[in-house]
Design a protein around this ligand. Sequence first.
Ligand code: 8YV
Length: 337
Amino acid sequence: MSKSHSVWVSRPLFPEVLATLAQYVDVSVEPKESKRTPEQLRAKLAHVDGAIVGLGDRIDAGVLAGNRRLRAIANLGVGYNNLDVPALTAAGIVATNTPDVLTQTTADYAWALLLAAARRVCSAERWLRAGRWRGGMRFDDWLGVDVHGKTLGILGMGRIGQAVARRGAGFDMKVIYHNRSRLPDAVERECRAEWVEKSELLKRADHLVLVLPYNAQSHHAIGATELEHMKPTAVLVNIARGGIVDDAALAVALREGRLAAAGLDVFEGEPSVNPALRELDNAVLSPHIASASADTRRAMAQLAADNLLAALGHGPNAGHPPSLLNPEARGRRTGET
Ligand code: 8YV
């Protein structure tokens, strides 16, 4: 029997999550994730009440133009720079994201990249797999840089930045951070983190982790000038967003040995990756998987589904999406619960 609302899911999701949706609404799911043009997105959204989208789906005023039906967009991610929230709000469309459920898993991955890049794990593994470990290895081969006991810098100190900072204690690290607003004293104490100016962060950090949201202000927050101020023994980790780092400038710094290594999970223009980065042995590269543990991706998908159902007036949270980005959008569309 057809239900009162229809939703579109822009990529395959966990079957149990789709089953939750299907209890309340008609669901159409794309068989694979793919980059869609604004025209394709407009067509997909034209005849549905809600949608679950991901970071590759850019939902802006152009995509929404002429759409009189859509009432809710649930983003699969805590970052939502793919959503033009003011345009959604103006159109009376509720927008949600997936905070909290991915904080610890994403912080773990920052450490995975930091350690892998600092200790050359991936290039050593490539070398071994290539059959090049035949004895005669020198005692001073494969020297990396230490992580323990060093100063960890964090740019962006929201939930994930704080979770990265807390892990620093286990490695006996001093933690310094820069954020637009300073954390309350109690949180700084708990994270054992000291606020510093950005220029000082760049100079003092032995290793630097980027965890800030992407917007016009954070575009190329780490560019050629910033890289010049970092230590040549430093590792740079980007688990935030492509575009926060000037990837071309980073590739030059890594090639010239002005930075020891980088661990990158996000890229400008991903899924394309700057070819200069792909050629570098001192760059550890992964395809935007910081939140990708089985438990966390399932929890993100479930939260997106819960948000969408609630926004459309279904399920235990009916009318109250757990992670609403634009409360001012509610009630603007006729017929909304
Ligand atoms: C992605 C993320 O959503 O939550 C975010 O902002 O960047 C990630 O969790 C996920 O990797 C899918 O692209």
